[in-house]
Design a protein around this ligand. Structure first.
Ligand SMILES: Cc1ncc(COP(=O)(O)O)c(C=O)c1O
Length: 357
C-alpha cells in the first residue's frame, strides 16, 4: 500500500486552508495570480459558449487554440501541445521521459512541483544550488539528466537568465531541457523567450501558462512549444480530452486580445517598481525581478514572524520554511492599493517590534 499511497509528496503550493479569496479585505499576494480580470473578449466568449453544446466532448487535440497560438508565437501546429495548466504538461513530460532511477536535474531553489513530480516517477533528483546571483550553475550542464528543468524567470527569485545561456545549456545537457516560462511575459525585455530556439534545438521544450499574464488561473490552461518529434511523443501520453471546452474557448479569445494582457503586464511592471522601491526603503534586499512577484530578503534574519504578522492583518505573502529561504518572503505584485497597504503594514509591524524583522 505505501508504494501507492504517499501523501507526503503531494504539493499544494501556496494553498492555505480556510482562505477566502472573495474576502475584499484580503490582499492575496501569495500565489502569483494576476490582480486584473481577464479580457472582456474572453468573458464574452465564455458566456456565448455556455450553452447546450457543453454536452459534447471538447476537441481532443485543442486544434483551434493551437492554430492561433502557432500564429501568435511564430511556430507550427505540430510544435504545440495544450495542457490543463502547465502543471499538467510538467506531469506529461515526467511520464514521457522519466522512468524509475532516471536522473532529473534542476537548480534550486525553484518551483517546488518539479521535486514532487520526480518523486512520483521514482526518478533520481539532482538538485544543484543556484549561486548568489541566480545565474545557471555550471554543474547543471554536466548532470547527465534525462530531463533538466530551468524556470525562467525563476520562482521564487524572479531572476532571468539570457537566451545565450539557455542555448549553451541545451547543447550541453544529456537529455531534454525544459524551460518553464510561466512568468516570461512580465520580463523587462519582451525578447527573452526561448520559443524562438525550438526550431534549432532538438531537445528543447518551452512551457507557457495562461494563469499569470492572461489572468486565467481558474481555467487551467498551459502550452508546450517543442520540436514536432517531442510534441508527438507527449501527445501519446496526455488524456484524450485534457482541456475542457470552456478553457479552450477562453484561451483562444485571450490570444485574440493580446493588447489586454500586455496592458495589464505594463501596469504590473509599474507596480513592481513601486513595490521594490518601498521594500528597499524598509531595509530589504530585493532580487531583480522579471516576474509578477519579488523576493525580498533580510540576509540571515528569519522572516516567519513578519509573514505571520501580515497574515493576521489579512495580507498573505509566501514564506518558504527551508534553510536557504527563511530570510526571504515572496510577494506577488498586486494592485497599487494592495502594495501600498502591504508596505504600510510592514512599516507599522517593524515599528511595533522590539526586534526588527
Ligand atoms: C514556475 C511555475 N510553473 C508552472 C506553474 C503552474 O502554472 P499553471 O497554473 O499553468 O499550472 C506555476 C504556478 O504557480 C509556476 O510558478
Amino acid at each position: 500500500m505505501s508504494r501507492y499511497f504517499r501523501p507526503n509528496i503531494a504539493s499544494m503550493a501556496g494553498y492555505v486552508p480556510g482562505e477566502q479569496p472573495g474576502d475584499e479585505k484580503l490582499a492575496k499576494l501569495n500565489t502569483n495570480e494576476n490582480p486584473y480580470p481577464p479580457s472582456p473578449g474572453v468573458l464574452a466568449a465564455l458566456r456565448e459558449a455556455t450553452n447546450q453544446s457543453l454536452r459534447l466532448y471538447p476537441e481532443p487535440l485543442s486544434d483551434s487554440l493551437r492554430n492561433i497560438a502557432a500564429e501568435v508565437y511564430g511556430v507550427r501546429l505540430e510544435n504545440i501541445l495544450a495542457g490543463n495548466g502547465s502543471d499538467e504538461i510538467l506531469s506529461i513530460i515526467l511520464r514521457c521521459f522519466v522512468g524509475r532511477g532516471d536522473r532529473v536535474a534542476f537548480p534550486v531553489p525553484t518551483y517546488s512541483l518539479y521535486d514532487t513530480l520526480v518523486k512520483v516517477q521514482d526518478g533520481e533528483l539532482v538538485c544543484v544550488d543556484y549561486p548568489a546571483d541566480f545565474a545557471i550553475p555550471p554543474e547543471l550542464h554536466s548532470a547527465n539528466a534525462a530531463v533538466t528543468f530551468l524556470c525562467n524567470p525563476n520562482s521564487p527569485s524572479g531572476t532571468l537568465v539570457s537566451l545565450t545561456e539557455i542555448e549553451r545549456l541545451a547543447r550541453a545537457v544529456f537529455g531534454v531541457l525544459v524551460v518553464d516560462e510561466a512568468y516570461i511575459d512580465f520580463a523587462e525585455d519582451p525578447g527573452s523567450s526561448a520559443i524562438c530556439l525550438i526550431q534549432s534545438t532538438p531537445n528543447l521544450i518551452v512551457l507557457r501558462t495562461f494563469s499569470k499574464s492572461f489572468s486565467l488561473a481558474g481555467l487551467r490552461i498551459g502550452l508546450a512549444f517543442a520540436p514536432a518529434e517531442l510534441i508527438a511523443g507527449m501527445m501519446k501520453v496526455k488524456d484524450s480530452y485534457n482541456l475542457n471546452h470552456l478553457s479552450l474557448v477562453a484561451a483562444t479569445a485571450a490570444l485574440q486580445d493580446l493588447s489586454w494582457m500586455q496592458q495589464n503586464v505594463r501596469r504590473i511592471q509599474q507596480t513592481r517598481r513601486q513595490l521594490v522601491d518601498g521594500l528597499v526603503k524598509l531595509g530589504f534586499y530585493v532580487y531583480p525581478s522579471h516576474a509578477n512577484f519579488v523576493m525580498a530578503q533580510r540576509k540571515g534574519q528569519e522572516q516567519k514572524a513578519l509573514y505571520q504578522a501580515l497574515r493576521e492583518r489579512k495580507i498573505y505573502v509566501r514564506y518558504f520554511d527551508t534553510p536557504e529561504l527563511r530570510d526571504s518572503l515572496r510577494i506577488t505584485v498586486g494592485t497599487p492599493e494592495d502594495v501600498e497597504r502591504l508596505l504600510q503594514e510592514i512599516g507599522a509591524i517593524q515599528k511595533d517590534s522590539v526586534n526588527p524583522f
